[in-house]
Design a protein around this ligand. Structure first.
Ligand SMILES: [Zn+2]
Length: 264
C-alpha cells in the first residue's frame, strides 16, 4: 500500500494561518515525525477573518498563533507573507509564484503539500494557493500532495454548516494514510482567535468509524469568511507534479494514490 512520500524536506503552501493545522495538521506532524524537515509558506496573515476570539490586531495575533502551531506540529519553519486576506486570487500570479519559488530555493523541498484544487471549502484564497503550489511543483518537477475530504465527510459538513465543502469519492482519492492527531489538536488549540466559543460544530456520528473515512471526533470550527475545516477530517490526494487539467477539478492525471484515516 502506498504511503506518504519519504521527502527529506517538504514545503507546505497555504493561504491562511490555521490552514496548516485545521486541515493539514496531522499530515504535517506525521511527515515531521518521520524525519522530514517541513516548512510552511503562508500567503496571508488572515487579518480579514470574521472571527476575533482574541482582542488585538489579528495580523499580529495570527502570526504568533501560526508560529506556536508550527512548533506543536514539529515543523522546521514558517514564512508568513502579507498578501491581503480574502483577495489572494486577485493578486498577480507572477508575484505569488516568485515568492513561492524564492522560498523553495531557500528550503530545497523534495515535495509540496497543499489543499486540493477544490480548496476544501471552495474559498478562493485556498484555490489560489493550490494553483501556486501546483505551478511551482510543475516548474521544479516536484510532487504535490493535495489534502482533500472524502465525499461523505464533505457532505455531512456542508449539510450541517451550510458551507460549500467539496469532497471526493474514494476512487478519486489517491492516497490514504493513518495519522495520529494529538499534535494536530495541540496545534489547533494555538489558534485561539479562530475558535467559536461554545459553538463547536461536531460532525454527525455517521461520519465516524467508516473504513477509509477519517473520524470526525473533534469539533470543526467556522472561521474567516465562512471558511471551515474539520480538524479531524481529511485525506490526501497525491499529485506528483501533475498539472491540473483546465475545467476538471481534482483530476488525477498520473501518480500514486494513498489513503488517510484519522486516529482518535
Ligand atoms: Zn483557510
Amino acid at each position: 500500500m502506498p504511503d506518504l512520500p519519504d521527502w527529506p524536506r517538504t514545503l507546505v503552501i497555504v493561504a491562511h494561518p490555521d490552514d496548516e493545522s485545521f486541515g493539514l495538521g496531522a499530515v504535517l506532524s506525521t511527515l515531521a515525525a518521520r524525519g522530514s524537515r517541513v516548512s510552511v509558506l503562508c500567503f496571508t496573515r488572515g487579518e480579514a477573518s470574521t472571527l476575533h476570539g482574541v482582542a488585538g490586531d489579528l495580523s499580529v495575533i495570527r502570526r504568533d498563533e501560526l508560529r506556536r502551531a508550527a512548533d506543536e506540529l514539529g515543523l522546521d519553519g514558517v514564512r508568513l507573507l502579507t498578501y491581503p486576506d480574502g483577495s489572494l486570487a486577485e493578486q498577480p500570479v507572477d508575484a505569488l509564484i516568485t515568492d513561492a519559488r524564492d522560498h523553495a530555493a531557500e528550503t530545497a523541498p523534495a515535495g509540496l503539500v497543499t489543499f486540493d484544487p477544490s480548496g476544501i471549502t471552495g474559498h478562493p484564497d485556498h484555490t489560489a494557493a493550490t494553483r501556486i503550489a501546483v505551478a511551482l511543483g510543475r516548474e521544479l518537477g516536484l510532487g504535490v500532495l493535495g489534502w482533500t475530504l472524502p465525499r461523505a465527510v464533505a457532505d455531512h459538513l456542508r449539510a450541517e454548516l451550510g458551507i460549500g465543502f467539496l469532497g471526493h469519492d474514494a476512487g478519486e482519492i489517491d492516497l490514504v494514510v493513518d495519522v495520529d492527531r494529538q499534535a494536530q489538536r495541540r496545534a489547533i488549540a494555538c489558534h485561539a482567535s479562530q475558535a467559536v466559543p461554545g459553538k463547536p460544530a461536531v460532525a454527525p456520528a455517521g461520519a465516524t468509524g467508516r473504513s477509509g473515512t477519517p473520524a470526525l471526533a473533534a469539533p470543526a470550527r467556522v472561521h474567516a469568511a465562512g471558511r471551515l475545516t474539520g480538524p479531524a477530517a481529511g485525506s490526501l490526494r497525491a499529485r506528483p507534479g501533475v498539472p491540473i487539467a483546465p475545467g476538471r477539478r481534482n483530476t488525477a492525471v498520473t501518480g500514486t494514490t494513498m489513503a488517510v484515516t484519522g486516529g482518535a
